[in-house]
Write a new protein. Structure first.
Length: 89
């Protein structure tokens, strides 16, 4: 193995695109991610929403912004995502 291969790599982090629903906490935003999945029994496409707590160090994301979040190490009990970029205001 060469030196470049022996370094630890973190792999590929999961990313999600969602809408900021709350920015009232310090350095934390709540992002709501909507996905469309088939119903397990009937097969009809239904909408599912999931809330993620994401780390926003600068506090630049505001309510209603469309953002890209990325999985990271656990930062608190509920927060294991961080803001990667703001896609639109």
């Amino acid at each position: 193995m060469s030196d470049s291969e022996s370094t630890t790599s973190h792999g590929v982090q999961k990313t999600r695109v969602g809408i900021v629903t709350s920015d009232k906490m310090e350095k934390t935003i709540v992002v709501e991610v909507r996905r469309r999945v088939p119903h397990p029994k009937f097969g009809k496409i239904v909408k599912r929403t999931t809330k993620f707590f994401a780390h926003d160090d600068v506090g630049e994301a505001k309510i209603g912004d469309r953002v890209l979040i990325e999985e990271t190490r656990p930062m608190s009990k509920n927060k294991c995502w961080r803001l990667k970029e703001i896609l639109s205001h």
